[in-house]
Design a binder for this molecule. Structure first.
Ligand code: C2E
Ligand code: MG
Ligand code: MG
Length: 678
């Protein structure tokens, strides 16, 4: 029998109800407290996990100097932490495009293959694709339902891999976006704030790696490049040239070195200042660069062989190009021609246009070359050869040039010994007044001092065989100094003897001394002449300095100054070998010369009416400019007679008197010796 509950008294029932409510509230409170505690614990756990993740990412960033080394690990850490399927990254290149990095991470490579393939080796311009949108807007982008996102170009690939959500984040250095991170998840990305926090902190660490990488790259770049032009410097060039040489086949063919020197650069620096010089160098480098690029462009169209070029600035105005993997040697010559053409257009410096020329030496590697340095030396030599022509241009090194160089070096070393051991001697060739030919015979007016090298084995060596080498090696300055002193001393002695024998001052012969351009343009030259004049006591008006127009070509202003200076002391000046070289009339007009010496080539060809016309023109010119004239190389009686008839005042030549040693030459001046002169 079912028992009916005993009805509680109404106040008791109310008490029970209250108690039950109390118990209920207490249970709810307890559950709430438990939930709060659990959430706190979970949050604590999550933040600890996130902290640990960031710690690992920071450690990785600290370890690596190289972004490509760090990025793979960072993507892996983030994907594993977030339980995402795929993560990849794009570097923002100088072109402003996002280019995929080699590194990516996926938890299931096989399953994600289509998406990895669709993302690999991709370039996204600004605004295009998810990376492009992050790049353009410089903030994160989310795609919640990849399958439905019509602006997501990898939608199909993503869907085939079961991808639901995608996000992209910028990696920033200051205001600059340097990289885009991209993640793919199979489930919805729920807590975006937390995701943003984690990924942004990881991105900050990645940015540090990129900054360090950049700083290191800048240091390396500075160490290997010329600061002014940005071109590779000598160190980088040497490194690349050596590596290219190592790669050569046994035949050693396929490598060429071009040494390029600017002509007239010093004059620009001197005239307009160093800043102008810098502008010229920078512009030259820029033109060279584009010429090389154009030549290589031509190659791509016409030639399937790839060749490489390294253009470097290795000194003040010296550039070097190393060409390697050349399919044919003609490319080097074509390139040299194009470089010369590229500099034909004047360069704007401030408000003025300036011109520079080029001297280019080329050397091609071949069997027998032991090092790239040898090749470089040969190209250098070819460049000097091009420069020595005075007009620049291109010279390719050859065996003959090498031999000449070796001989010249041997000669130079012998010349050093000769200077030390005083193996030089002076010959003197008489110079005559031709005017009185019919009446009294020629009258000896002076001597030209002509150097000879008294070689211990080869005997007397003529100046033509060693002066060029002495000039090239800078030894001419020492030799010329000796000549000046020796000739003045000898003449002073002769003058003393002649004066003692009663010759009047007006009859004393003069001495004409050849001065090489290098010697003449030395800053101390005129002071040196003055000292020699004082020390030897020879009267300045009986000293003539002969220079060729080479000095004026090198430096017309200084030439003028020196000529004026020595003339102010009474010394006479002669322009030697007139008619050869440029024979610029402006030099004649602007430079203070007393005498002009007609080159012997005109006298030798006097039978030719054309030569006679030229001689006549030179004589007219000289007379108008108030210059006296000496005809050089008179070898026959007829030549002497014709010249005299044409009004040529002075002459020298084998017919009148050969160059002789001091005693024999000076004997011609004695009253009894003079009779032998003719
Ligand atoms: P230069 O100054 O024009 O000297 C004249 C040259 O012509 C001399 O040659 C002389 O011997 C030669 N000569 C004179 N008359 C005749 C002739 O009738 N027929 C022919 N065929 N030649 C004649 P050298 O002595 O061999 O000197 C050659 C050049 O060497 C000189 O030409 C001069 O430029 C240079 N030189 C000579 N001595 C010195 C010197 O002490 N210092 C410098 N820097 N150069 C010198
Ligand atoms: Mg001379
Ligand atoms: Mg001469």
């Amino acid at each position: 029998m079912k028992q009916e509950p005993i009805p509680l008294p109404s106040d008791l029932a109310a008490t029970v109800e209250r108690l039950e409510r109390l118990v209920q509230r207490e249970r709810e409170g307890r559950l709430q407290a438990e939930a709060i505690a659990e959430r706190g614990l979970r949050e604590l756990y999550e933040s600890q996990v996130r902290l640990a993740l960031l710690q690992r990412i920071t450690d990785c960033a600290n370890r690596s100097n190289d972004f490509s080394e760090a990025i793979g690990e960072v993507l892996k850490e983030i994907c594993e932490h977030m339980n995402w399927a795929f993560g990849t990254a794009y570097r923002v290149e100088r072109s402003g495009k996002a280019v995929s990095c080699v590194a990516w991470f996926t938890s299931e490579p096989a399953r994600l293959f289509p998406l990895v393939e669709a993302s690999r080796e991709r370039t996204f311009p600004s605004g295009e694709g998810l990376p492009g949108r992050v790049l353009r807007d410089v903030h994160p982008h989310w795609i919640d339902e990849a399958e439905l996102a019509t602006d997501f170009c990898r939608r199909v690939a993503a869907a085939s891999c079961g991808i639901r959500a995608v996000c992209g984040f910028p990696v920033m250095i200051g205001d600059e976006i340097v990289c885009v991170l991209e993640f793919f998840a199979r489930t919805a990305m729920m807590d975006k704030d937390a995701i943003l926090l984690t990924v942004t902190q990881a991105a900050t660490q990645l940015a540090r790696v990129i900054e360090r990488e950049r700083a290191r790259a800048a240091l390396v770049h500075d160490a290997l490049h010329d600061a002014m032009t940005g071109l590779p410097n000598r160190t980088l060039l040497d490194e690349r040239a050596r590596a290219a040489f190592e790669r050569l086949p046994e035949s050693r063919e396929g490598l060429a070195v071009l040494v390029i020197d600017l002509d007239g650069f010093k004059a620009i620096n001197d005239k307009y200042g160093h800043h102008a010089g810098d502008i010229v160098l920078i512009e030259t480098a820029r033109r060279f660069d584009s010429v090389i690029a154009a030549c290589m462009g031509g190659r791509r169209r016409g030639d399937e062989h790839a060749w490489r070029a390294t253009l470097a600035r290795v000194g003040g105005d010296e550039f070097v190009i190393v060409l390697d993997s050349l399919p044919n040697p003609g490319i080097a010559m074509d390139l040299a021609g194009a470089l010369i053409d590229a500099l034909k257009g004047a360069i704007l410096v401030g408000d003025e246009y300036v011109n520079v020329g080029l001297s280019i030496g080329i050397a091609h590697s071949a069997a027998g070359y032991g090092s790239v340095e040898q090749l470089r030396q040969d190209a250098d030599l070819a460049m000097y050869e091009a420069k020595s022509g005075g007009h620049g241009g291109v010279v390719t090194f050859s065996e003959a040039l090498g031999n000449e160089r070796r001989n010249r070096m041997a000669l130079e070393s012998e010349l050093r010994d000769a200077i030390r051991e005083k193996q030089f001697t002076l010959f003197y060739q008489p110079i005559f007044a031709l005017g009185a030919l019919q009446d009294q015979g020629e009258r000896l007016r002076g001597f030209e001092a002509l150097i000879r090298w008294n070689h211990p084995e080869r005997g007397l060596v003529e100046p033509g065989r060693f002066i060029p080498a002495a000039e090239a090696g800078g030894l001419i300055v020492f030799i010329g100094d000796w000549v000046l002193r020796q000739a003045c001393n000898a003449m002073a002695r002769l003058h003393r003897d002649l004066t003692e024998r009663g010759m009047s001052a007006g009859e004393l012969p003069y001495i004409s001394i050849n001065i090489a351009p290098q010697q003449f343009l030395q800053p101390t030259f005129s002071a040196h002449v003055r000292r020699v004049l004082l020390e030897t006591g020879v009267p300045p008006e009986l000293v003539r300095l002969e220079v060729t127009e080479g000095v004026a070509i090198i430096d017309p202003d200084q030439t003028r100054q020196v000529l004026e200076q020595v003339r102010s002391w009474g010394v006479k000046t002669s322009l030697d070998d007139f008619g050869t070289g440029y024979s610029s009339l402006s030099y004649l007009q602007n430079l203070p010369f007393d005498t002009l010496k007609i080159d012997r080539s005109f006298i030798a060809s006097m039978d030719d009416p054309k030569s006679r016309k030229i001689i006549r023109a030179i004589l007219d010119l000289a007379s108008n400019l108030n210059l006296s004239v000496v005809a050089e190389g008179i070898e026959t009686r007829e030549q002497g007679a014709s010249l005299r008839e044409m009004g040529c005042e002075y002459g020298q030549g084998f017919h009148l008197g050969r160059p002789l040693d001091e005693a024999s030459a000076f004997a011609l001046v004695w009253p009894d010796g003079a009779a032998n002169a003719a």
